[in-house]
Design a protein around this ligand. Structure first.
Ligand SMILES: NC(=O)C1=CN([C@@H]2O[C@H](COP(=O)(O)OP(=O)(O)OC[C@H]3O[C@@H](n4cnc5c(N)ncnc54)[C@H](OP(=O)(O)O)[C@@H]3O)[C@@H](O)[C@H]2O)C=CC1
Ligand SMILES: Nc1nc(=O)c2c([nH]1)NC[C@@H]1CN(c3ccc(C(=O)N[C@@H](CCC(=O)O)C(=O)O)cc3)C=[N+]21
Length: 289
């Protein structure tokens, strides 16, 4: 029997822990942590994710400011807003929701965020501090995955961890955390990996973060493996009111019976990304006080 990792429940537990801390801060006469969220354009999925972040802010008692811009905003103007948030004493942390329109450089925008307000953990400085003894703000999704592994007491030391997808957002920082903090032996696969299945079959812990629905099938997974599915893609589904459903990168129904632990989509990694964002914002606020 495989254990379904309940990211939704764990994220609820974490938010409750944060809510209590915020309440205590307010009782001491301090103001609540304050996050700003920048969103550009009208991508439906992005607005859903930002909606989830705002809901979480309300649940934990954070103040939040939502800044929405049309997709035609210039890079220069967006950078000005980032700069203004960097200098705003009332804002503890902020994020720029990705993706951005093509005429805006993600790297330029990310790097213009002050590292002590970078609650997504996207900047080069925060990425680089992952392996430090005193890390700053951790990349949110990998941090959320590490938290799931810890709370389910999954053994990692010396285990083979195979990560499929090597983005700066997920795969690359997770590889560092799994090696450095969790002491696993890490293989990082990407688009140019030859014979992907020969690697994934070797995994005691398999993490998939590609964005290709059902890329990982049962023949690619070792019996008893821990399977973490980060992929969230909207696929057409006429039977749903919204017209789509969310699909992970793992063929869940056929892989689940082989796995010792598995994360569902939705309800697995997604809610943990949001919980991490709340943890980072609280930390950024505390560092300021
Ligand atoms: N649940 C959550 O909280 C989050 C979910 N996501 C989801 O995770 C998925 C990945 O997101 P993100 O990392 O931003 O995506 P990116 O597109 O930035 O990165 C995808 C990675 O997968 C690699 N890749 C592409 N095709 C293959 C393949 N056939 N085999 C192996 N590797 C491949 C790419 O390789 P190369 O580098 O060579 O191009 C790249 O490293 C998406 O579905 C996204 O929605 C993302 C963030 C948070
Ligand atoms: N600056 C920035 N920071 C991000 O952290 C960031 C980003 N940009 N761009 C896009 C990706 C994607 N991402 C998700 C967050 C939550 C869920 C999530 O909560 N998913 C729910 C379902 C939500 C739904 O119903 O659509 C779940 O899996 O249960 C999913 C994906 C954050 N990202």
């Amino acid at each position: 029997m495989s254990t379904i990792i309940d990211g939704k429940q764990i994220s609820t537990d974490i938010k409750e822990e944060i809510r209590l801390q915020v309440e205590a801060m307010k009782n001491e006469g301090k103001r609540a942590p304050h996050i700003a969220i920048i969103i550009v354009g009208d991508d439906g999925a992005s607005h859903t994710y930002v909606g989830g972040k705002i809901k979480a802010c309300k649940a934990v008692g954070f103040d939040y400011t939502l800044m929405q811009f049309a997709s035609t905003i210039s890079e220069e103007k967006l950078l000005k807003h980032v700069d203004q948030l960097n200098g705003d004493e009332d804002i503890d942390g902020f994020i720029v929701q990705l993706p951005l329109p093509e005429h805006i450089s993600v790297e330029k925008v990310t790097e213009s965020i002050s590292p002590d307000k970078d609650v997504d953990g996207f900047t080069n400085q925060n990425f680089g501090s992952i392996t430090s003894k005193n890390p700053l703000l951790m990349p949110a999704t990998p941090f959320g995955i590490m938290e799931l592994i810890k709370r389910y007491e999954i053994e990692t030391e010396g285990k083979n961890c195979v990560i499929v997808g090597a983005s700066r957002l997920v795969g690359a920082p997770l590889a560092l955390m799994m090696s450095n903090d969790a002491r696993a032996t890490v293989t990082l696969c990407h688009k140019y990996t030859e014979d992907l299945a020969s690697h994934t079959r070797n995994a005691d812990i398999l993490v998939v973060a590609v964005g290709k629905p059902e890329l990982v099938t049962k023949d690619m997974v070792k019996e008893g493996a821990v399977v973490i599915d980060v992929g969230t893609t909207r696929v057409k589904d006429e039977s749903k009111k919204s017209g789509f459903r969310l699909s992970g990168d793992v063929a869940y129904d056929e892989v689940a019976p082989k796995a010792s632990f598995i994360t569902p989509v939705p309800g697995g990694v997604g809610p943990m990304t949001i919980a991490s964002l709340m943890i980072n914002t609280l930390q950024a606020a505390k560092q300021k006080y």
